[in-house]
Design a protein around this ligand. Structure first.
Ligand SMILES: [Zn+2]
Length: 298
């Protein structure tokens, strides 16, 4: 059950009342960990990378993009659960078009920094090309703040603007801003329920909740009932990875253990394997919370 369109994965989630997680990776180990987590939990999954992994001062790192895309393609080919492969949060339409040629079967265009009509214009063009290639597109209306920023009401998704955007562009999923915050770890946020309900009523594609790290477990079921069928998770994965590295790599360890045992070894001391395993376990907890665990027939 290898590569599957994200739209199909989300349609199934909508029908059966759960959400699917996208877990943002940054290298081979983290990408593999997210796929293994889903396989062990018998859950559909969306794996991939964020656009910022490839973006440079001007343009993008073509060699890295091609290489990472090839790794993802190969992993997905051998996957035992329905898997989509996404390039997340790209504001450069040229980078998106390039990624569509390299094996990502889903791209997320973040035009939220643009005026609505420009966001629509660019997204429309991307969807047109993507459709020809059988690739899904996620769009965004409203700005999702990061933890450092003050939540500004102007950031929030306007329901009418969202309807107009989805209608005119034909995107397969829509990322929204309803109180969710990127990179949030220590604080909790509150959902603007009235706004979410209105968006759910007006918009006919699955909604996407970015900021899955700080999103409270107790609200997950409730937003799923309001049309949210995809969560984006990133920050927490880097956090547990780093914590596990630190735990297993004190100066004392470095002084007494042969580095060959610590990296790329079959020894149980391998710190990268342990750190990736902590990513995997964290993801499995999320898959349970989203209700997607166990949804793949064995
Ligand atoms: Zn995001």
């Amino acid at each position: 059950m290898p590569l599957m369109p994200m739209s199909q994965i989300l349609k199934e989630a909508e029908k059966r009342g759960y959400a699917v997680g996208y877990f943002e990776s940054w290298d081979y180990g983290s990408l593999e960990a997210s796929l293994r987590a889903a396989e062990e939990a018998w859950s559909p999954v969306i794996i991939g990378f964020g656009g910022r992994t490839f973006v440079q001062d001007s343009g993008w790192d073509e060699v890295k993009l091609t290489g990472f895309a090839a790794i993802g393609k190969e992993l997905v080919k051998n996957s035992t659960v329905p898997t989509a492969f996404i390039l997340n949060e790209v504001s450069d339409p040229e980078l998106i078009k390039r990624a569509m040629r390299l094996g990502f079967n889903c791209v997320m265009f973040d035009g939220s920094g643009l005026a609505l009509e420009d966001n629509i214009e660019s997204a429309k063009e991307i969807v047109k090309q993507a459709t020809k290639l059988g690739i899904d597109v996620e769009g965004q209306v409203g700005r999702i703040p990061s933890q450092k920023e003050r939540i500004n009401r102007d950031f929030l998704t306007d329901p009418e603007a969202a309807t107009c955007f989805v209608h005119q562009t034909g995107v397969n999923a829509l990322a929204i801003s309803v109180g969710n915050v990127h990179m949030l770890i220590h604080k909790e946020f509150s959902v603007d329920w009235h706004r979410l309900e209105k968006i759910d009523k007006l918009v006919n594609v699955p909604l996407v909740m970015h900021g899955g790290t700080g999103f409270p477990d107790k609200l997950i079921k409730k937003v799923i009932n309001k049309g949210v069928h995809k969560f984006n998770v990133g920050t927490i994965l880097k956090k547990v990875f780093l914590e596990e590295l630190r735990k297993n790599l004190t100066q004392k360890d470095l002084d007494r253990i042969n580095p060959q045992e610590l990296i790329d070894s079959t020894s149980e001391r391998d710190i990268l394997k342990k750190a990736c395993s902590s990513i995997k376990e964290t993801i499995k907890t999320k898959l349970e919370a989203y209700g997607s665990a166990g949804k793949v027939k064995m």
